[in-house]
Design a protein around this ligand. Structure first.
Ligand code: HEC
Length: 102
């Protein structure tokens, strides 16, 4: 899977690694559209903040698969730990939209 090869080192196997610099990919608003996701992953709009473009190694078809993978993980986590997630999400977020199915 392209995700484990290119993304897991920083973002963790399930996309959940986060800290001062790594956002939790299962909760990022960038999952809501392929266009926005590709702006980060292919066009490198966050390059100066440590998230470089992967356009040299990933095609748009790859990033569609990667995004679907992260959405699937996010939905599994949501099912597995609805209570905990709700508590984590209790702060108002600009995106109350449920994650789409991959
Ligand atoms: C070298 C470490 C590294 C690798 C490898 C990496 N990322 Fe990132 N990524 C980051 C950092 C650091 C940020 C935070 C940038 C910022 O502060 O805006 C980030 C941010 C993101 C964001 C934006 C999330 C948000 O809410 O701001 C997305 C989406 C993302 N990465 C997807 C990916 C995908 C998909 C891959 C694999 C193709 C990947 N990243 C590989 C370090 C990495």
């Amino acid at each position: 899977m392209q995700y484990s090869r290119y993304c897991a080192a920083c973002h963790g196997e399930n996309g959940q690694t986060r800290g001062a610099t790594f956002p939790d990919l299962t909760r990022t608003p960038f999952l809501y559209s392929q266009e926005g996701f590709d702006q980060v992953v292919l066009q490198g709009v966050r390059a100066e903040r440590g998230m470089v473009s992967f356009a040299k190694v990933l095609t748009p078809a790859d990033t569609r698969a990667v995004r679907a993978f992260i959405i699937a993980r996010a939905n599994e986590l949501k099912k597995a730990g609805a209570g905990r997630r709700q508590r984590l999400q209790s702060a108002p977020r600009p995106d109350g939209v449920p994650l789409p199915d991959p």
